[in-house]
Design a protein around this ligand. Sequence first.
Ligand code: TZP
Ligand code: MG
Length: 207
Amino acid sequence: MPKGLYAITAENFSNGKDNIVVVKEMLDSGIKILQYRDKYKSKFEKFKQCEIIRKLTLDHDCFFIVNDDIDIALAVQSDGVHIGQDDIPLKKVRELTGENITIGLSTHSPEQALLAVEQGADYIGVGPIYKTFTKENATDPVGLNYLDFCVRNIAIPKIAIGGIKLSNLLEVYRHSPENICMVTEITSSSSIGLTIKKAQEIMHDYC
Ligand code: TZP
Ligand code: MG
């Protein structure tokens, strides 16, 4: 999985645009890791969008991850699937997917991060770093201390997520996670291209 900026769809926070329109703008602006996340559509609707996004991401050399739906991930042959602490246990997901797919797991504590590695996760989500209004029932912010723990103790890639904006991106970047995710800062931007460009400049300067 490439390092750098990690984008996630959020149709409810996309200024009325559908996921496909937003994804096209993201890809045209150079996003190299994209997660499809949609908590409101039917399985059929999600599958149809993921089918399109799979083609688009292949054309743009972008790593494509499906959130929650292991069956959709397998059906469209995404590069990865992302699960949370309340989903089917990671070991079972691995049995279903086989070794050739990247599995990401959201974590919120040192215990969860260590267990994720033990159970074979390929990367972990670390967050929410700051307060976020994007995810319903998000846990309280874990802050940068938990990110520091992970950077020191967890060898697999770490994706910092939650409440990250252009305004605090540099602060997070200085803590050296392999990837940083901004959800609504990108999806709800009136210029997705400009927002991604600014983010990439900030992250590039401090490599
Ligand atoms: N997982 C942890 S926080 C979050 C997810 C999906 C949402 C982060 O969204 P935003 O808009 O970047 O705060
Ligand atoms: Mg989930």
